[in-house]
Design a protein around this ligand. Sequence first.
Ligand code: SF4
Length: 438
Amino acid sequence: MKKKLFCCSLGCPKNRVDSEIVIAQFVNKGWAVAETSDKADLVILNTCSFINDAREESVNSFFDLHASLKKGAKIAVMGCMPQLYPNLGEMLPEADFIFGVNDLPNIEKIVSAHWEKGYLGKIGQSDFLYTASMERVLTFSPWTAYLKIADGCNNFCSYCSIPYIRGRYRERPLKDILAEAENLIKTGVKEIVVIAQDTTQYGSKTNSSLKQLIRSLNALKGNFRFRVMYLYPSGIDRELLETIRDCKKMHNYLEVPIQHISSTVLKAMNRRYTEQDIYNLIEMIKDVFGEDYLLRTTVISSFPAEKKENHELLKTFIEKGFFDYIGAFKYSKEEFSASFKMRAVPAKTADARFAEIEKAAHESMEKRLERFVGKEVEVLYEGIDPELKVPVGRCWNQAPEIDGITIITNLEDEKEGSCLKCRIVSREGTDFIADILR
Ligand code: SF4
C-alpha cells in the first residue's frame, strides 16, 4: 500500500509554494496525499513566524497534528520557525524531522534516508531558490498558481524579521520564471499570481526588471491572466504603471503596502518614501489608469514612533477613500527586528488606535467597492463553496486568499475553471454577487 503524506502549510503564499514543491517530491516517489493528518504516515507542518500570533499558531498546530498521529507515523517541521530558532529541535523534541529552508530540494530524500532515526536540519542563512525543473502539486486550486520570482529581502523595514528568516534577496532568472509559467499554463492554470517579498526589486540581480518580466509574461500564449503582488511604493514609476495598463493579460490590480502615511513614522519604519511620495503615487495611478484599477494596501497601527497626531493622520488618510482593500494590522514587537528596542505605544492606547484604524479601513472599503456594482467582469469559476454551498469564483479585482469572492447566482452547466462573463449585481461586505451574462 502507498505511504501517505499530509502537509499543513501556514502563513503566506510563498510558504505555500515551498509546500507544493515538497508534496511533489513525495508524490513522484509513489506517496499518496492523505486527506487528514490521522491517515498519514508522515505529517509535515510548514510553519510561519512573521509575528508572534503566527508563531503561536505554528506551535499550536504542531501539537494538534502531533496528537492526531496514527501509530508509527512521523512528524516534520519546516519553514520559517526553524529558520528563526535553529535550536527548534530542543524546543520541540516530539518532532521527528526539522528542516531548514536550504533542505527544501531534498526533503523526500532526507526522510527516506533517516526514517528510523529522524533528522535535525543544519539551519544556516537561507539561500535556496527553486527552479522551473522542480515540480509542484498545486494546493490552492488547479486553475490558480502562485509564481515565486524571488525570495529573501534586503529592505530591512525596522518592524520586520523576514530578512533574518528568509535571508538576503535573491531572484530567479527571467528564462526560468517564464519556463515555469509556460508549464503552469499548459497544465490548465488560468490565473498566475506573481509573488516575492518585494516584486519591484525584480531584475536587480539578473540584469532584468519587473517591467520586462510583465511584458514577457504578457507575451506568453494561452488563455490565462496574471497579477503581481507586493509592489514596494518607491519601486513604482510611471513606466511600470503604463506597462501594467498596456499588458492586457495582467490585471490592473495594484497591491502597494504603504504601512503608514506619516513621514515621521515611515522614517522610523525604515521605509524609503514620505507622505508626499504616496500622494504623488496615487495621483500618478489615477492619471495612468483613470478609474480602471484596483488599489490594495496594508497599514500598521501603533508602531513605536507613532504619536497621537501621526495616528490621526493615518486615520484621516484612510477616510479619504483611495484604497479598495486595506489590510490593517496592529504593530507586533518582533525580537529580531530593529524596532524591538523602541518604546512601545501603551497597550490600551494601541488597542484603541487599532480599533479606529480598522473601522476607518472597513468603511472606506465598503464605499470604494460599491463602484463595481453594475460592472461587467470576467469571473474565474472555482466550484461550490463547501461552507456557503453556492457556486463561487473571483473576478480580476479579487486576489486569492486575501480579498473577497464572487458568488454566482445563475450557474447552469458551466464547468469549474471556466472564465465566465458576468455582471456584478450587488455586494455583501467585500464579496460580490454576480449573474452570468448569456
Ligand atoms: S519589504 Fe520590508 S516588510 Fe517586506 S519583507 Fe522586506 S523588510 Fe519585510
